[in-house]
Design a protein around this ligand. Structure first.
Ligand SMILES: Cc1cc2nc3c(=O)[nH]c(=O)nc-3n(C[C@H](O)[C@H](O)[C@H](O)COP(=O)(O)OP(=O)(O)OC[C@H]3O[C@@H](n4cnc5c(N)ncnc54)[C@H](O)[C@@H]3O)c2cc1C
Length: 484
């Protein structure tokens, strides 16, 4: 009798997708929607990659293992085109996308309304309006042109206006535009999502696009946790006839069933190890130079009650940035880039259970936070993260029922795409933004093969938006599948 492995090895598919992260599933959905016979093969026992949830601490407390807050998910032109609500995805919008508490003065808030945000920025109100205002009603055009492979924009005027404002470092943008600490702190905290030092291009572009997204589409959390995004993608994929196998790590192309196209939701390091000998020599040597980092240290808490923010306005936001003034955030991110661990790290915190009661038992809460650390770091910085929360929410420690930490090694053990704890599929510096992973008109296709890279190591890069998978699948249809 043939075993399960033999049966799979002899099956023939139009396409096989390795990895069930948001991009792998998005690639699979795109192909299945076009009528192709698609199999997803996932190494972990659960699907979802960087968008999954579990009761990590205490039964009844649902934590996000990786992503928690999803401006690019709700704003993704691709995800918006899918019937994911029919498969269980429901976005919950906190009252405000983001709060940024300061030691002196009230917290700065990124509100849904541009005017409400500007009114909290004192002398910089007009500068904030001028930075983001022209784009808020043009989100769809902006997302289509910026969140994809480099190419001539469909709306060149909008894209050019964006580039003139934002194609620079966060530091140069805040120096040029803002006079006060409040706007500078708010912007630099958002720009730190780039995982770049704040004096490096294009950190301001990431800050600007996420700021615009806050107004245009919000920074929502999915009801039930991030796993419902990939859960809905998987359910829709299955409804289209697709199949998913979990618990099978692919170590070489020989582990895969025959298929006309193979899409890999992996980063360059794994692509080299899975397909090395089949890759063209030049391509291989460029992939070997791919840069990762920084890493991430993450902590999840089960809490007795809501976080006791000194400024209660912080409880209006789903996300809270903890790092104080711009100079402190800049110093922390610069230290990480030098391979150091800042004493006062910049912390990104989410408090989803304030807005989604399904995440914890009545009256109780979950909190999620991470900070950047040098790639491959082995230092436990959980206490430094907790100290930053305590700084702006005295009494936080007294509420902790349970805590679970994950440093770079643990993150990589759960998901090999998190190389050295790096969560972005590779650094987002200017070179690796333009050439992701190589400077080619079709960056998804491995030249001369039927292999396609579909992870966040391709444009437009990290985030739960499915766009890397969508573009890669379209490339596979053009390159290997059309006419099948
Ligand atoms: C701690 C953390 C916090 C984050 N926060 C946010 C956030 O709040 N908002 C946001 O938008 N994004 C966030 N992100 C980033 C986001 O999770 C990623 O950008 C996104 O998941 C990338 O999707 P992907 O499909 O490219 O890769 P992944 O999600 O990494 O999925 C890759 C999948 O491939 C599988 N795989 C890899 N190698 C193999 C193999 N050899 N064989 C079989 N299977 C394999 C993996 O197990 C995994 O399931 C965060 C990430 C982390 C880690």
């Amino acid at each position: 009798m043939r075993g399960r492995d033999d049966r799979i090895a002899s099956a023939r598919f139009d396409a096989v997708v390795v990895g069930s992260g948001p991009n792998g599933l998005s690639a699979a959905v795109t192909l299945a929607r076009d009528g192709y016979d698609v199999r997803v093969v996932e190494g972990a026992e659960e699907i979802g990659g960087g968008a999954c949830s579990a009761e990590l601490t205490i039964p009844g407390f649902v934590h996000d293992l990786c992503s928690a807050v999803h401006p690019l998910g709700v704003g993704s032109p691709f995800l918006r085109s899918l019937p994911l609500a029919d498969h269980g995805l429901e976005w919950i919008h906190p009252h405000a996308p983001l709060a940024h508490p300061l030691d002196q003065g009230g917290a700065v808030l990124l509100e849904r309304s541009v005017d409400a945000t500007a009114s909290g920025l004192g002398a910089d109100a007009a500068a904030w309006r001028e930075l983001v205002g022209p784009f808020v009603d043009r989100w769809d055009a902006l997302a289509r042109d910026l969140l994809g492979p480099p190419r001539f924009p469909r709306r060149p005027v909008t894209a050019l206006r964006f580039a003139l404002r934002a194609l620079r470092s966060s530091r140069s943008l805040t120096r040029a535009r803002f006079r006060g600490e409040r706007a500078r702190a708010l912007f630099s905290g958002i720009a730190a999502h780039s995982m770049l030092p704040l004096d490096v291009v294009p950190s301001a572009a990431v800050g600007t696009i996420l700021g615009i997204a806050g107004h245009a589409v919000g920074w929502p959390v999915p009801k039930g946790g991030a796993g419902t995004i990939t859960g809905a993608l998987a359910a829709y994929f299955r409804s289209l006839g697709g199949t998913i196998e979990t618990g099978r790590w692919i170590r070489s192309l020989g582990d895969l069933p025959p298929a006309r196209a193979i899409l890999l939701d992996v980063t360059p390091r794994q692509l080299l190890s899975i397909a090395g000998p089949r890759l063209p020599a030049l391509y291989r040597s460029r992939l070997a130079r791919w840069r990762y980092g920084p890493g991430v240290f993450k902590v999840d808490w089960a809490l007795e009650g809501p976080i006791p923010w000194r400024d209660p306005a912080c409880a209006r936001a789903g996300t809270v940035h903890l790092g104080g003034r711009e100079a402190e955030i800049e110093a922390a991110e610069a230290a990480v880039a030098r391979g150091e661990h800042p004493k006062r790290p910049f912390v990104l915190l989410a408090q989803p259970s304030l807005f989604d009661p399904t995440r914890a038992p009545a009256g109780k809460h979950v909190a999620w936070a991470y900070t950047h650390v040098p790639v491959g770091s082995e230092l436990d910085v959980g206490d430094r993260i907790a100290a930053q929360i305590e700084r702006f929410a005295p009494g936080f420690a007294d509420l902790v029922l349970a805590r679970r930490s994950a440093g770079p090694a643990e993150l990589e053990r759960r998901n090999p795409n998190c190389v050295g704890g790096s969560i972005g599929g590779g650094s987002q510096d200017l070179a690796q933004t333009i050439a992701r992973p190589l400077p080619r008109p079709d960056p998804y296709r491995v030249p001369g093969t039927r292999l396609y890279l579909c992870s966040s190591s391709t444009p437009p890069g990290p985030g739960v938006h499915g766009l890397c998978g969508w573009y890669a699948a379209r490339s596979a249809i053009r390159g290997s599948l059309r006419g099948v």
